[in-house]
Design a protein around this ligand. Sequence first.
Ligand code: R5P
Length: 284
Amino acid sequence: MKIVGGPASQLLASRTARALGTEPVLCEFNRFPDGELYLRIADEIKNESVTLIQSTPTDSDFVSLLQLIDACNEAKELNVVIPYMGYSRQDKRFKPGEPISARAAARCINADRVFTVNIHEKSVLGYFPCPAKNLDAAKLLGEYIAGFGLESPILVAPDEGAEGLVKKVSSGLGFDYDHLQKTRLSGDTVTIKTKNIDVTGRHVVLVDDMIATGGTMTESIKMLKDQGAVDVYLACVHPVLARNAVLRLFNAGVKDIIATDTLEKSESILSVAPLIADALKDLQ
Ligand code: R5P
């Protein structure tokens, strides 16, 4: 099986290829003088199984994925791995007249199967025109946090939506866990209310699927520190970390940020390559 990495997932594709005992196929990424994207897979793709790995945090990354899919038109079998899928949060029509952007994006993916990693809403999987499976990085996060050796940490989800994730991250590791109550006021402003969690003198790890503007985590960190937490770590699958998110989080007093390489940032210290490699081995 050939592994092809798009521009947003070069490291993850390389790690996945290595985990499968192969090397990633070389690709060229460039732009035409008018700004349009140019891409070339530097290998002939004909009558063989190919796996594309490309996250889509930006519109350009999405176009690159479409170009990669088209370049593999003559593959015998095509798997598309979208470790972080942009637009997955617009999974329904919140106001009249809005598109279901996740559906619009998913419908364009012409492949034999799709894999995502901790997609924001599993219902989005049903929008792909082919079978789609979500891989779960919760166990990887949990094992990494356990490796810190923190004394009696408590894992906290910033909202009810992340409660399922925090429960899975804690599973089998004996961590306490709970969730806060979030109300979103705008794209980058939220209010967080505490439940009756006593964090006095405790190490807290806030867990969410993604950190985007950092608004959710900033408010949560401040509140937990005010309530006497010793230190607050952040763990997420997708470090979107838009605009000045990192500064906001450190300004709020975060101890450290742990994330996976579904998006390739300096915080991406944990690789989901073994998850993807195992899913691809299962196909053989
Ligand atoms: C929302 O439901 C997600 O799970 C995250 O909580 C959210 O996307 C984080 O966004 P931000 O970092 O902009 O507050």
